[in-house]
Design a protein around this ligand. Structure first.
Ligand code: AMP
Ligand code: MG
Length: 430
């Protein structure tokens, strides 16, 4: 396993990392999970580890795109309402009929959508252009050769690459794989992500609070974020601020997790920063400042690596490869933004996915946006077409505005204030 950023140095000193440098350090420590074969029904949300090609031409036979009559185009060339072409109907072909039919000149065969075109026919007259006759049919409009015909290979040629490795299996891609005849596909599985909140003040939603306590929202939020990003996420119950409890709780998860995420306990220097205290000792998790807002204090590393050359285990437990761990800040909006900017790409990288980051667009600010000097701000906003409005309530504990946001407005490091009318980069939230 490649060691994490600056492995061995538990606290990265000096000036804050840029967002890009930190993202790059994280991605360099992530290796994709091994591919598995999954049935199509189970593959949705996973990422392809192989190209999917068309086993046969799509479609594999010429067929009708409408309900109507298979004809020789030349037999209906002069047809009109005043002078219909009248043809004897010699049969009917439904979708799924595998019989071999041949169209005799000056006759028609009734045909349904998706049914195989009879030999000799070169066009289909839609039923709407006829009197719908059974024994014979009056055709009121001419049909050109090829009319309402779907030719073999018109969708894809045999052997054509339909989906490439790295593509996420969304419903459209599942449809393509099934259409290509695939029962199973080689995919990288959904990473198993365990989310764990720390804090003596945290209580389970649904239970009463006394002043000094809050409900734990982070573990629910981050587990939901991870699921949305394609992971199989599990939420651990709240871990109190006890350094002796944090490490065993993490250790217990190592064998069942491909990625660990904690929130809280990594502030810039408090004796209650138990996550930092517990993991610092391992030497494989680095705590650093990142030049951003919210989300300045960050931690990342790989723990539990066993075997020769392992990066240092937690009590020797864990997978050979080690388990990447993110220690996100505790304020909910900081945790959310940190997830989207750092964890999401890591989950995608574990899956070998092409789409590492949230989609970004350019939009025009409808109101001013502020940012501290030297830090990149991610402001909650509402994106509406090409316009984006910063929400009020931008502090990192203010979840109300998070609930109203559909976008994060990026204010670059060099800016402290952007006026309305300025064009900005905006991350579109899933
Ligand atoms: P910490 O990073 O532990 O110092 O926490 C920073 C702030 O985030 C404090 O106000 C905490 O109460 C709050 N916080 C920490 N964890 C959670 C959580 N799981 N849910 C909601 N708020 C939290
Ligand atoms: Mg705390």
């Amino acid at each position: 396993m490649t060691p994490g950023p600056a492995a061995g140095a538990a606290d990265a000193g000096g000036s804050p990392s840029t967002v890009e440098a930190y993202q790059a350090a994280i991605l360099s420590a992530i290796t994709p999970l091994a591919p598995i074969q999954l049935e199509l029904a189970a593959a949705e949300g996973c990422v392809l580890a192989e190209d999917v090609t068309a086993a046969v031409a799509l479609p594999s036979f010429d067929n009708s795109s409408m309900d109507g009559y298979a004809v020789h185009a030349s037999d209906v060339a002069g047809a009109s309402r005043q002078a219909p072409a009248v043809l004897r109907v010699t049969g009917e072909i439904a979708a799924g009929d595998v019989g071999a039919y041949r169209l005799v000149p000056a006759t028609a065969i009734k045909i349904m959508t998706g049914a195989q075109l009879p030999a000799g026919a070169d066009a289909v007259v839609p039923v709407e252009w006829t009197d719908g006759g059974i024994a014979e049919v009056a055709v009121y409009e001419p049909a050109k050769p090829g009319n309402a015909v779907r030719y073999a290979g018109g969708d894809a040629a045999e052997g054509e690459t339909l989906l490439s490795a790295g593509t996420r299996m969304r419903p459209m891609q599942v449809a393509v794989a099934a259409s290509a005849g695939r029962k199973t596909v080689a995919v990288r599985p959904r990473p198993r992500v365990v989310v764990l909140s720390t804090g003596d003040e945290l209580r389970e939603p649904g239970t009463p609070l006394v002043p000094g306590q809050i409900w734990d929202s982070n573990s629910y939020m981050i587990a939901a974020c991870a699921r949305e990003a394609g992971a199989a996420a599990y939420r651990h119950s709240v871990v109190p601020d006890d350094p002796a409890g944090v490490l065993p709780a993490l250790e217990e998860q190592l064998t069942r997790a491909d990625l660990l995420i904690t929130t809280g306990g990594v502030s810039m220097g408090g004796e209650h920063d138990v996550v930092k205290a517990a993991l610092r000792e391992l030497g494989t998790v680095t705590f650093r400042k990142v030049a951003m807002q919210p989300g300045m204090p960050q931690g990342f590393g790989v723990i539990g690596a066993g075997g020769p050359g392992g990066a240092g285990g937690v009590g020797g437990v864990g997978a050979e490869r080690g388990v990447p761990i993110f220690t996100l800040p505790g304020n909910p909006v900081s945790a959310y933004v940190s997830f989207q900017v750092f964890v999401r790409p890591a989950i995608a990288a574990l899956q070998g996915a092409d789409d590492l980051s949230l989609p970004a667009v350019r939009a025009t600010l409808t109101g001013p946006a502020r940012s501290p000097a030297g830090r990149r701000s991610y402001l909650r906003g509402v994106l509406d077409g090409g316009a984006v409005t910063p929400l009020s309530g931008q502090q990192s504990h203010q979840v109300a505005s998070l609930g109203r946001a559909n976008a994060l407005i990026i204010v670059p490091e060099r800016e402290t204030q952007l006026p309305a009318g300025e064009t900005v980069d905006v991350l579109v939230l899933p």
